[in-house]
Ligand binder design. Structure first.
Ligand code: PMP
Ligand code: GLN
Length: 383
């Protein structure tokens, strides 16, 4: 293994997922639905295959997909993007984040991130020679200290990554939080890189704010999102970046070397999904909203202290009532004991372990009702 990769261990999603399979656990760990996405999306991909859309897609994406995305942002956020020069379809938000960060980071640059942090950001920043500067979202509210954020901006700051709705806490950044980030980006000439993969998974009064739509931010934001969570199709890996033309050119240069193109029929399928989003998303959302209620109520009843998520399909649960072990150990115990349920310890999402809480597990509720109920029934053995 090259020296550059040696510092990074295998992903918790992979290692825990494999163990969950081995031990025949109920897997409420890795964030993916155990049910299928909507039929019309699959039908659109099947049609594309039947109609011979099976060769390499154009590097920036199948034009119908780029166009569908441009229309979505115009309709939802009043943002006019050029589908040819600003939108690039990539292999999930994962490749999109890698490409975006590689496109802008120079050795020595600092990138501000919020902890707990999605696991690909820090390795990606560091492999480009940059340095991640973590700002904690402080438990149990999981909000950041505004003064600490202000103090993190300096002349080396190149970018800030904003993931809202936030994995794993379920927080949705509000107007005040987004406004402060905006003000600091403008004042310090910093690029905002957003991870908006849960943009349609919002509950109660919470609303998604597109950073690119805030005053002065359109041309200093790289918007990243994905169709994986929105349409319950994580296996298709269709994500994208929206960035000003110069950054888009750099992103495409990198994509040229990594993959060159993204699976053609799945782009056709997702173009249709995006065009039909107003009818496809509400039933998916209603199902997840009901499951959120179900899991929050059941976990509380068992004795967990639940952080009700404002968005995403994850819920954090404080397990201090059952154990004072650190979260990773407790998660392993749950896997290996008669409970046999997989959940994700959140301390692994901290670069600085001294800032991490060790008393939360993340449960994914994008599961069939019978999977959820079986998992909750087993967790009730902790009572
Ligand atoms: N960012 C966050 C915050 C995520 O939770 C995930 C997992 N879906 C991704 C990025 C990766 O998305 P994709 O599957 O589209 O690569
Ligand atoms: N985003 C998913 C999660 O947070 C995991 C995706 C992956 O396994 N890489 O669980």
């Amino acid at each position: 293994m090259s020296r550059k990769l040696r510092p990074y261990s295998a992903s918790i999603f992979d290692s825990l997922g494999r163990k969950a399979l081995e031990k025949k656990c109920i897997n409420l760990g890795q964030g993916f639905p155990d049910f299928d996405g909507p039929e019309p999306i699959k039908e659109a991909a099947r049609k594309a295959i039947a109609e011979a859309h099976n060769q390499y897609a154009p590097l920036p994406g199948v034009p119908v997909m780029n166009q569908a995305l441009a229309e979505k942002y115009a309709a939802e956020a009043g943002l006019e993007f050029d589908p040819k020069r600003e939108i690039t379809v990539l292999n999930g938000a994962t490749e999109a984040m890698y490409a975006a960060l590689t496109a802008i980071i120079e050795p020595g640059d600092e990138v501000i991130v919020f902890e707990p942090i999605y696991d690909t950001y820090v390795p990606t920043i560091e492999m480009s020679g940059g340095q991640a500067v973590p700002i904690p979202l402080v438990a149990p509210e999981f909000r950041f200290d505004p003064d600490r954020l202000r103090a993190a901006f300096n002349e080396r700051t190149k970018a800030i990554i904003i993931n809202t709705p936030h994995n794993p806490t379920g927080r949705v950044f509000d107007e005040a939080e987004m406004g402060l980030v905006r003000d600091l980006c403008v004042a310090h000439d910093v690029i905002a890189v957003t991870d908006e993969v849960y943009e349609h998974l919002l509950f109660d009064q919470h609303r998604h704010i597109h950073m690119a739509a805030m005053e002065g931010m359109r041309d200093r934001t790289i918007t990243i999102s994905s169709t994986a969570k929105t349409f319950s199709m994580t296996g298709w890996k269709i994500g994208y970046t929206i960035a000003p033309p110069a950054a888009t050119e750099a992103i495409r240069r990198l994509h040229q070397f990594i993959a060159f193109a993204v699976a053609t029929p799945f782009q056709w399928g997702m173009a249709e999904a995006i065009q039909r989003r107003d009818s496809l998303i509400p039933p998916l959302h209603a199902d997840l909203a009901a499951k959120r209620e179900r899991i929050c109520a059941a976990l509380s009843d068992i004795g967990f202290k639940v952080i009700r998520p404002e968005g995403t399909f994850f819920v954090l649960a404080d397990f201090s009532a059952f154990s004072d072990k650190p979260d990773l150990e407790f998660a392993m115990d749950l896997l290996e004991s008669e409970v046999a349920v997989a959940a994700i310890p959140i301390s692994v999402f901290y670069k600085h372990q001294d800032e991490a809480p060790f008393n939360y597990l993340r449960f994914c509720f994008a599961k069939k009702t019978e999977t959820l109920d079986a998992g909750l029934e087993r967790l009730a053995r902790l009572k």
